[in-house]
Design a protein around this ligand. Structure first.
Ligand code: WTA
Length: 653
């Protein structure tokens, strides 16, 4: 089916056997209730999970400057791990909970882990944690490959009330160490090696390096992945050996709805990454509900989200949402192009995947590899496709729709953030007429508003553009920045008083559908990974030969945005290709491979105002190769630096 038809067509039937959870009239009715009477709406929806002590109070939230306070179901108690495992045992003990697909299908076999086995492994891991002295409220950093133990570790923490903080296995020892220290973790769970795309990251060795800069009391629990040799110190504990001996029963602790479930560090427009704190009760209700409704998840479906548990998408839509719903979730260790560009489709065919959720950057890369890779496989099991992480361009949308979905699988373009816990704007299969490239409509309980960026006035009506804010709280919302509630208020609630500020721009079209236009702050989105330009800058200036650096994003065909760095060297240092290489390697080691600049331009000077502020607007334009429209440069201290930057620009279309 071509896009034109799709636009014209009514929502297509999405399931041969079952009606969608939500159709268009149901959406309209439920949405209205969710925003006019959130107490009643969420009071009811909260019952989709099991509570130990039922809540009597549903919503107690304030976006008031100086008094931002967000609580949902605050007097209820529950256990997230019991909700994701124990409550399914009676009816689905033998159902597969997790299908694990290895990096290299020639070396390892896929694993099918039932709910009963999941229970056993999580209990054992929880007992191991307890044995190492981890208690309720303690922080545990998880630095693991995409292996079942990552899910066990998350759920084991949840079981005993410890707060996990996952660090993506692609991050460097420095980044890991900063996060261990940032949340005062007692324990790090890692593995010997992380195979990915046929290569191996030395996780244990990275952890050793990170721990050199941490408190001596931080212990390390090591999971065997490849079994290859690693160093071993007095702080290290062998996870496999301890689990083999641990009891397979571990009671699930009673946890307050507002007790933190996890911390996840994410990049912002200023300073170092901040620890986003999510709650136990509200978060789980929201993750479960969005997973079920956005993906129209039904019993028997095989759902695959290709993200990594190191990102929020992996938290909400590989582990917590699907398991809370008693679903079957695929966990993939590898990358889209290994062993070849057909891997995603091979895995869909092999496991008969029904819902497939990935990022536009992967779609663009696979589109480039050619449709013959898709056509080799039987994708008739697919019912719904999802996209997340950045706006999806129409060309990629159409390819996804036509080549992968054969025109019969609705695409849900889900806009959300680490901070929001779950989907905020998304079409719903069976309820929404799709528009390629638009996140379209709010999920239940979400009240988007478009503001005029400078005045902060609310822009009413359709056919308008501005910054995207949210008017009232939803249960999945982050509660605070770990250890810094003031930063939480300042980052999200101070620019536009009384609203949650997303950091994104958006357009509301003539039909009232939302289109995300991208970040309006200094956050860039590289291959769907969120990166603060300030972080990359501070890594660059930490190099002894660098005097100053400014980093901006520029359009990149595959990655969405690439990293463009302007670097001013110390007096006496000469630019060279060798030095460029050295800086790339340096940034990789300071942050991780995802932060490596794509382009480095030597800048004898940076455009600054007379008060010394770097004019990023100009740097962005030059990086975009769009310097015809530089705007007013008269306020620059030295306008001639701009001519030099233009003459030596790196990105020439
Ligand atoms: C961007 C990822 C357009 C957006 C879940 C947001 C999107 C940032 C979409 C959050 C989408 C995410 N359409 N833009 N469907 N999804 N974004 O915290 O700029 O890693 O602010 O969360 O990604 O990235 P984060």
């Amino acid at each position: 089916m071509m896009t034109e038809d799709l636009l014209a067509a009514e929502p297509s039937p999405v399931h041969e056997r079952q009606a969608p959870h939500v159709d268009a009239p149901t959406y309209a009715r439920m949405y209205r209730q969710s925003v006019t009477d959130p107490e009643a709406f969420w009071g009811q929806e909260g019952k989709r999970i099991d509570w130990i002590r039922p809540y009597t109070r549903v919503k107690n939230t304030s976006f008031e400057p100086g008094n931002v306070d967000i609580r949902w179901f605050e007097d209820g108690t529950l256990n997230v791990s019991a909700n994701c495992i124990d409550r399914h045992l009676e009816t689905r003990g033998d159902q597969v909970a997790i299908i694990w697909e290895p990096d290299d299908p020639e070396k390892d076999a896929a694993q099918h882990i039932t709910y009963r086995e999941l229970h056993r492994n999580v209990c054992k891991m929880a007992n191991v944690l307890k044995g190492l002295g981890v208690e309720k409220g303690d922080r545990v950093v998880i630095y693991l490959p995409m292996i079942p133990e990552a899910a066990y570790a998350m759920l084991a923490c949840a079981r005993i009330g410890a707060i996990h903080s996952i660090v993506f296995a692609g991050f460097s020892p420095d980044a890991l160490g900063a996060r261990i220290n940032g949340c005062g973790a007692k324990l790090v769970i890692t593995a010997d090696y992380a195979p990915r795309g046929g290569r191996e990251t030395k996780l244990k060795s990275n952890t050793d390096t990170a721990l050199l800069h941490c408190d001596d009391h931080v212990q390390c629990l090591v999971v065997k992945r490849t079994g290859a040799q690693t160093t071993w110190t007095a702080q290290d504990h062998d996870c496999n050996a301890l689990m083999a001996e641990a009891s397979a029963e571990c009671p699930a602790e009673e946890i307050g709805a507002e007790d933190p479930l996890f911390i996840l560090y994410t990049s912002g427009s200023t300073g170092q990454p901040k620890g986003v704190v999510h709650s136990s009760g509200g978060y789980l209700v929201y993750a479960a509900m969005t997973h079920q409704i956005t993906f129209d998840y039904h019993d028997g479906d095989i759902y695959w989200c290709t993200a990594d548990v190191g990102w929020v998408t992996g938290h909400s839509y590989i582990v917590y949402g699907p398991l809370a719903n008693g679903g079957t979730t695929v966990m993939f260790e590898g990358v889209p192009t290994y062993p070849d560009a057909g891997r995603f489709w091979e895995v869909c065919d092999k496991h008969k995947v029904t819902q497939f959720y990935t990022a536009p950057t992967a779609i663009r890369a696979l589109m480039g590899a050619g449709k013959e890779w898709v056509e080799k496989y039987d994708l008739s099991s697919l019912r719904i496709l999802g996209s997340v992480g950045e706006p999806i361009n129409p060309e990629a949308w159409n390819w996804y729709n036509d080549v992968v979905g054969k025109g019969r699988c609705p695409i849900v373009d889900t806009f959300w953030q680490t901070e929001t816990g779950g989907h905020m704007l998304t079409p719903l299969p069976g309820a929404t007429k799709l528009k390629p490239g638009a996140a379209q409509q709010p999920f239940f309980g979400v009240q988007p508003v478009v503001l005029e960026p400078t005045s902060g006035e609310v822009i009413e009506g359709n056919g308008v553009e501005g910054v995207l804010c949210i008017k009232d709280s939803w249960p999945g919302q982050m509660r605070t920045v770990w250890g810094d509630h003031e930063r939480f208020e300042k980052t999200y609630f101070s620019d536009y008083k009384g609203y949650y500020f997303s950091g994104d721009g958006c357009r509301r079209d003539e039909d009232g559908d939302y289109w995300i236009t991208g970040r309006v702050d200094d956050v860039i989105n590289v291959s769907g990974h969120r990166m603060g330009t300030a972080e990359v800058e501070s890594a660059l200036v930490a190099h002894e030969k660098v005097a100053e650096a400014a980093v901006v994003g520029y359009p990149h065909e595959i990655k969405g945005q690439g990293i463009y760095a302007y670097v001013t060297l110390m007096d006496g240092e000469e630019p060279s290709d060798a030095l460029r290489k050295e800086l790339e390697v340096w940034v990789r080691s300071e942050i991780g491979p995802i932060a490596k600049p794509d382009l480095i331009q030597w800048a004898p000077g940076l455009p600054k105002t007379r008060s010394g502020k770097i004019m990023r607007r100009i740097l962005r334009k030059i990086a975009e190769d769009d310097f015809g429209a530089l705007g007013d440069t008269s306020t620059l201290a030295d306008p001639s630096v701009v001519d030099d930057l233009i003459a030596n620009r790196m990105n020439r279309a």
